[in-house]
Design a protein around this ligand. Sequence first.
Ligand code: NAD
Ligand code: ZN
Length: 357
Amino acid sequence: MKSITVNLKNKSYPIYIASEGWEELPQAIEGKIRGKKVLVVCDENILPLYYNSVKSVLISMGYQTDVAVIPPGEASKSFDRAQRLYTKALETGLDRSSSIIALGGGVTGDLAGFIAATYMRGIGLIQIPTSLLAQVDSSIGGKVAINHPLAKNIIGAFYQPNMVFIDPHTLISLPLREFATGMAELIKHAFIADQDFISWLEDKMEALISRDIQTLSDALYRSCQIKVSVVEQDEKETGLRMILNFGHTIGHAIEAATGYSKYTHGEAVAMGMVYESKIAMNMGLISQDYIDRLVCILKKANLPTQLDTPEWDPIIDRMAYDKKNMDQRIVLVLPTRYGKVEVFKDLNPDQIKRLLK
Ligand SMILES: NC(=O)c1ccc[n+]([C@@H]2O[C@H](COP(=O)([O-])OP(=O)(O)OC[C@H]3O[C@@H](n4cnc5c(N)ncnc54)[C@H](O)[C@@H]3O)[C@@H](O)[C@H]2O)c1
Ligand SMILES: [Zn+2]
């Protein structure tokens, strides 16, 4: 079992990447749960796949274990669902020494994490991410949130877990499109921070998409290390952490302009990375070779690299609403060379339209 320590000012905690699966969970949990009561939150897809394995471990360790099951999908990050979980927490008798385990994808992690952050002003939280996106991205860094009908992820907190346990074997059951969506974030980590990791991904992409466990485990390790190092330097996203948004200014706008239904988040981010790289190329920051390599890797990972019919006006309008924008300027994270990006804060919509041509 490999581990990475997340070192933050007020808290440090481990991320474990298991090689032997659930067998290693007891060792990982040891000392991370104070009280005796644990509430596992998972969605209806995860319940039949992985809940029993986790429950057996918890029971063998003497914990009183209950489960709250949510419908799969983004709609579960709602006030209504949060209220039902608070009710369940009260009915189960969770107290300040109890813990919540988020077992599932990013939706489960964000929602269950939000409950853990707010119930009784904060109780224990353990993340057991099962989607690739959750393993390389959402379970790390402590952002937890639910959605408001007017805006996504707008009600939330920074709330770090006591431990993250990643079992790469769970990726075997992940649907193809969900796997690709996580690959977009993993590839993003290489392009923002590690030129050698880009070359490694070029070599190993076939093994990764055929879900070879050892290769996945190596990729998870490097990808998590990159996210951890950014989060350690800027826990509350006041500066550096923005580099994780490479591909996201345009990606979010694509998602919003297409009603959050046509593309998954990772698919939109994949196209966002390509279009943002085009802007960078037209600004003279990088060359065509960069875009060619990025497109080639994304294609091998089953991700789209361009819109079927690019209609920029509605997309650029959406960019003006992006959370990262300060004073109507559009903030873009642009590549400046392989494994390096910088934050640009002064572009206006007209310039962006011109640079995308
Ligand atoms: N907190 C953060 O820093 C952060 C970062 C990125 C994204 N997010 C959030 O993450 C969410 C998206 O996460 P996601 O893509 O994991 O979505 P998700 O949780 O909806 O999972 C995607 C689908 O895959 C299924 N699934 C998950 N693991 C599986 C497995 N091992 N086998 C079979 N099916 C499995 C789920 O049931 C679901 O149907 C969004 O709400 C987004 O806002 C948060
Ligand atoms: Zn993302």
